[in-house]
Write a protein that binds this ligand. Sequence first.
Ligand code: NQM
Length: 356
Amino acid sequence: MQRSIPCLFMRGGTSRGPFFLESDLPSGVAQRDAILLSVMGSPDVRQIDGMGGADPLTSKVGIVRPGQTAGVDLEFLFAQVSVKEALVDTTPNCGNMLAAVVPFGLETGLVKATGDVTTLRVLTRNTGTLSDIQVRTPGGSIEYSGEARIDGVPGSAAPVNISFLETAGSVCGALLPTGRLVDRFNGVDVTCIDNGMPVVLMAADALDVTGYETRDELNANTALKLRIESIRLQAGLAMNLGDVTKKVVPKMCLVARPRAGGQICTRTFIPRDCHSAVGVLGAVTVATAAVLPGSVANRYAEVPASLTKTVSVEHPSGEFSVILTMNAAQPTQVLQAALLRTARLIMRGEVFVSNQ
Ligand code: NQM
């Protein structure tokens, strides 16, 4: 016997996955997670029996419900479904999947367009993060085609503008969860930071790579991955995340001097495989570290002096620009981060899982 669940399959930024109305899924976490694993076909390296794309970036799920408090239009729960293990992690958030939440809300009638452009406030429940998201809604319907381009996605699409209101310490409780700008693990200087995503920044050359390698080259470097994982386990404890053996945070980011006109060059492990680009809140956090005097990232970054700074984060498939608004009274403090994504509805229908 199979059971069917209504589902919209959507791309959000450089990620992709099924989106569900919360009311269409079981309320119990164990039962819900069993269904999500079955939907994606996990655990299996090919996810052959489900909708997952056999990559962490395409093994993601969005669960959406109406806002529950005044001023919040939609609430989003992000689930990272492991490809190889029977694990569903709702600890981190995902700014890429977030880009599809307002289109999903409009498609399903949870919210209404407010004019040719619609701006809604979304709460990401994983971390309690609020963001204002603006989409194009000419004639009251969501528009997907347009001229906006983001690296990692072919072609162009309508812009989805995301402005994060307050992200410091979203998962770890503090921007610098260890209380220090620089820590040292296995003889390597690191900056442990959380401005929306817990990230550990390390100089690529301290790990005997350049930081300009391709994703495939880094993924093939088993010795490097073992060194990074050893640092990650120690940093996780120091960042108040506990034993992170089975968690997908903190992300691990190698930094090097920019070499393509940006402010910093990155290679990010999420956390064990190298990202083909960089995560959204990962990029916000890297940009925040880059402008923080004394951090490991700041040693390699070239940052503008203005109060509103565009920080272009170079990554394996291009760059990701984050616009940081600094606090005039305390110019090293980031008040707001804004960025551009695109999103698209790929499929609407029902997904079938074995009746469990
Ligand atoms: O950092 C990948 C992605 C992400 C997460 C990851 C993300 C973010 O690119 O907000 O978007 O870091 O696992 O989708």
